[in-house]
Design a protein around this ligand. Structure first.
Ligand code: PEP
Length: 250
């Protein structure tokens, strides 16, 4: 099970120090064998966080990477650079990147392939807008996003983590109910059957969208939800700790 904190454009030197110390202390003695905790700070703080999170099995992820590997691409960061600074994971195709920076399915596939080539696990985000959901287009949109991934990544799709993040639930306080999320996760898993039953079965499909301590456990109880991607609530260390330690009852 994966619990990923996406800090977005937040954090600063002293916040990070306090956060890392509180997180490490809070997780001391907690059995993390069945779950991985991943923090995605702004990339400029990766080195600092890498130094701070040394005594605990807490991993780092990037929030984005370039679709290029090197050269004249001002402002970009490559997968190899993220890897060098201690990342194991990288978010790809977050809705904020898709919407604000017009990232296409094609670009997202390129980024995911670059991440895999650099030895990172891409956490590829998909999800529908409120408008698409209300006009009953959600399934169509998700299917298009999945088809782009399946066709573009080929067999390498088995290297990714899939994050279902309904855009209407991101940063809005409006969470998909556990049952709504489960239904979509099962649908996505079904779409992966096209690749192979094994890929469908093994794919980690995590949910993101206004996850909080109070709904984490219910979401994690769903059979097709393999983890959580947490934005706003991950910035409050006590709240994030509760999410990290939420039980996955069976
Ligand atoms: C996110 O940014 O991936 C996210 C899920 O944000 P929030 O938890 O704030 O909705």
């Amino acid at each position: 099970m994966l619990i990923i904190a996406n800090w977005k454009l937040n954090g600063n030197w002293s916040f990070n120090e306090e956060y890392a110390s509180a997180l490490s202390n809070g997780l001391r003695g907690v059995d993390l064998t069945s779950r991985q905790i991943i923090i995605c700070p702004p990339s400029i703080y990766l080195q600092q966080m890498n130094g701070l999170l040394v005594d605990q099995e807490i991993y780092l992820g990037g929030q984005d990477l370039s679709d290029e590997t090197a050269g004249a691409f001002t402002g970009e960061i490559s997968g190899v650079m993220l890897k060098e600074f201690g990342c194991r994971y990288v978010l790809v195709g977050h809705s904020e990147r898709r919407l604000k920076y017009q990232e296409s399915n094609e670009l997202i596939v390129k980024k995911a392939l670059n991440a895999i080539a650099a030895g990172l696990k891409p956490v590829v985000c998909i999800g529908e807008t409120q408008e698409q959901r209300q006009s009953l287009q959600a399934e169509k949109v998700l299917s298009e996003q999945m088809t782009a991934l399946i066709d573009g990544l080929g067999q390498q799709i088995e290297q990714i983590v899939l994050a279902y993040e309904p855009i209407w639930a991101i940063g809005t306080g409006q969470t998909a109910s556990a049952l709504q999320a489960q239904e979509v996760h099962a649908l996505l898993r079904g779409m992966l059957e096209k690749v192979s039953p094994l890929v469908a079965q093994n794919m980690q499909i995590i949910y993101g969208g206004s996850v909080k301590a109070e709904n984490a456990e219910e979401l994690l109880r769903m059979s097709d939800i393999d983890g959580l991607l947490v934005g706003g609530a991950s910035l409050v260390v006590a709240e994030f700790l509760s999410i990290c330690t939420a039980n996955r009852a069976t």
